[in-house]
Design a protein around this ligand. Structure first.
Ligand SMILES: Cc1cc2nc3c(=O)[nH]c(=O)nc-3n(C[C@H](O)[C@H](O)[C@H](O)COP(=O)(O)O)c2cc1C
Length: 349
C-alpha cells in the first residue's frame, strides 16, 4: 500500500489513475478502475452536454468512489461539457490543451482541478492558475506528449512546483510506479496499459496488435490529428506519414466538424478565432485534422480495421503481454512496486 499526496488529495486507495482517453474511457472502464481503488477518468471531448451528463450519472450508479472527467479545452463544446461536470459536482476535473476558466467553480463544491502538461514551463503556469495537481506527460506517451521524456520531465517539474504530480507516458507496471515515485511524482496515470484490460472497449484486433508490438513500433508525428502525437505503427499510420500534410482530408474534416457540431458558418469561424486565441494557439485546421484522425481512430476501436484504422498508443505497448482485468492489473502493479522498492533498498550499503 502506498500513501502519497495523490491518494490523500483524491481520497483513493492506490496512486494509479486511468488516463482520460477519448472514446475509450467510458463508464464501464472508469468504474472498474475506481472500484479497484484507482482514479478513473471519463474522457468527454467526444460527448455533447447531454451525453456528458448521462455518462457521469452512469458512473455514479456503478461506483461510490471518487472519479474524474477529462476535457480537451480547445474545441467547441468544452464550455458546455465542463458546465455539466460542475453541475454534477464531479470530484476531479482534468483538462488538457488550454486554460482553465472554471477553477473557482470547482473549488466551490470541494472538487479538484488537475491540469495536464507536457512542457515544464506550463506546469508553473497551471499552478498559478489554481490547479490542485498536475498530470505530467512525457514523450513516450500515446497521443500528445512533447519532446521531453518522462525520465527528464518529471524531476524537472517536481523541482519547480509543489503540488501532487501524476506521471504519465510509458508507465505500465510496478517498476514504473516505483520509478515515478523516485523521480518526484505522487502516482502514475496509464493510458496504453488500461486500453488492454478486459473492461476496455478497444477492439480485440488492436489489443492483439498492441501486445505484439515492440517498443519500436509506434510513430510520432503531427500528421495523425494535427498535433504532435504517437500512434501504433499500422499500415495506415505509415501511409499517413508518407503522404504528409493531408490538405484534402483536412478540408473534408473541416466540413465534417461544421456539420457534426451543427455550426453555422459564422459560428464555425468564431470557434476558429477563439481557438487561435487559446494559449497554444491551435487554429481550426487542427480541429479539422482531428476530425479526420478521429474517423480513422474509430475504425480501429470499433471495427478493428487493421488496414485503415489508426490507434493512439504509447511506447510501453512493447512491455505489455496480457489482458488482465482492471482490478488484477492494479493489484499486480501495487505489489510489484512494493517489491521493487524493497529490492532497491537492499542495494544500500
Ligand atoms: C486512444 C487514446 C486517446 C486519448 N485521448 C485523450 C484525451 O481525450 N484527452 C487527453 O488529455 N489525453 C488523451 N490521451 C492521452 C492519455 O490521457 C495519456 O496521457 C497517455 O495515454 C499516457 O501515456 P501511456 O499511453 O504511455 O500510458 C489519449 C490516449 C490514447 C491512447
Amino acid at each position: 500500500m502506498f500513501k502519497t499526496r495523490m491518494t490523500e488529495m483524491f481520497g483513493i486507495k492506490h496512486p494509479i489513475m486511468l488516463a482520460g482517453m477519448n472514446w475509450i474511457t467510458e463508464p464501464k472502464l472508469v468504474s472498474a478502475v475506481c472500484n479497484a481503488g484507482g482514479l478513473g477518468i471519463l474522457a468527454i471531448a467526444r460527448c455533447n452536454a447531454k451525453e456528458t451528463r448521462e455518462n457521469i450519472r452512469q458512473i455514479k450508479d456503478m461506483t461510490d468512489k471518487p472519479f474524474g472527467i477529462n476535457q480537451i479545452l480547445i474545441g467547441p463544446g468544452a464550455k458546455e461539457n465542463i458546465a455539466v461536470a460542475i453541475e454534477e459536482k464531479v470530484p476531479v476535473i482534468n483538462y488538457s490543451l488550454g486554460k482553465p476558466w472554471f477553477v473557482n467553480d470547482v473549488h466551490a463544491y470541494g472538487g479538484k482541478v488537475v491540469g495536464t502538461i507536457a512542457i515544464a514551463k506550463h506546469a508553473a503556469k497551471a499552478v498559478q492558475l489554481g490547479c490542485d495537481a498536475l498530470v505530467v506527460t512525457g514523450n513516450e506517451a500515446a497521443a500528445h506528449g512533447a519532446a521531453a521524456t518522462s525520465m527528464v520531465l518529471i524531476p524537472i517539474v517536481a523541482s519547480m512546483v509543489n503540488v501532487p504530480l501524476i506521471a504519465a507516458g510509458g508507465f505500465y507496471d510496478g517498476r514504473g510506479l516505483a520509478a515515478a515515485l523516485s523521480l518526484g511524482a505522487d502516482g502514475i496515470s496509464m493510458g496504453s496499459r488500461f486500453m488492454i484490460v478486459k473492461e476496455s472497449m478497444v477492439h480485440g484486433n488492436f489489443k492483439r496488435l498492441c501486445i505484439e508490438a515492440t517498443e519500436q513500433d509506434t510513430l510520432y508525428s503531427n500528421v495523425f490529428d494535427g498535433l504532435d502525437g504517437r500512434v501504433l505503427k499500422t499500415e495506415e499510420a505509415e501511409a499517413m506519414m508518407k503522404r504528409g500534410f493531408p490538405l484534402v482530408e483536412a478540408f473534408k474534416g473541416a466540413l465534417l466538424v461544421k456539420k457534426l457540431m451543427n455550426l453555422s458558418l459564422p459560428k464555425f469561424f468564431a470557434a476558429s478565432i477563439e481557438m487561435l486565441r487559446a494559449e497554444e494557439g491551435h487554429p481550426l485546421w487542427v480541429l479539422a485534422r482531428q476530425a479526420v484522425g478521429n474517423m480513422k481512430h474509430l475504425k480501429a476501436l470499433n471495427d478493428g480495421d487493421v488496414e485503415e484504422g489508426i490507434l493512439f498508443a504509447g511506447q510501453c505497448c512493447g512491455g505489455i503481454s496480457d489482458i488482465p482485468s482492471a482490478e488484477e492489473l492494479i493489484n499486480r502493479i501495487i505489489s510489484e512496486a512494493a517489491n521493487t522498492i524493497d529490492k532497491v533498498s537492499t542495494l544500500k550499503s
